[in-house]
Design a protein. Structure first.
Length: 101
């Protein structure tokens, strides 16, 4: 008894996978939120090492804003919400926004 070798039909559809849009998470300066709080927040929410968190905090302080990271929509939204929640919990007016990259 012989077995015939069967081939799977070739897939002729070509799937094009698009990369999801990315969003910049931007921290905005204010004149009231303590710098130490901002550094701690950057370390906690964005997992930045202390030297980078300090550098970003100073950039926000001197330039008025700084990009903290670039993420997919869902992750960017979570980061913005975390920043806003922590600032609010500590009665700081710190703001964070997201913009499509």
């Amino acid at each position: 008894m012989s077995l015939k070798h069967q081939h799977a039909p070739e897939l002729e559809t070509e799937e094009v996978v698009k990369k999801p849009p990315m969003y910049r998470v931007i921290l905005l300066n204010d004149d009231f939120t303590p710098q130490d709080f901002v550094v701690d927040l950057l370390r906690q929410v964005f997992s930045m090492p202390l030297p980078l968190a300090t550098k970003v905090m100073l950039q926000v302080h001197h330039s008025g804003s700084c990009v903290c990271g670039v993420y997919t929509y869902e992750i960017a939204r979570i980061k913005v919400d975390q920043v806003q929640a922590l600032a609010q919990q500590h009665d700081h007016p710190l703001r964070c926004v997201m913009r499509e990259d």
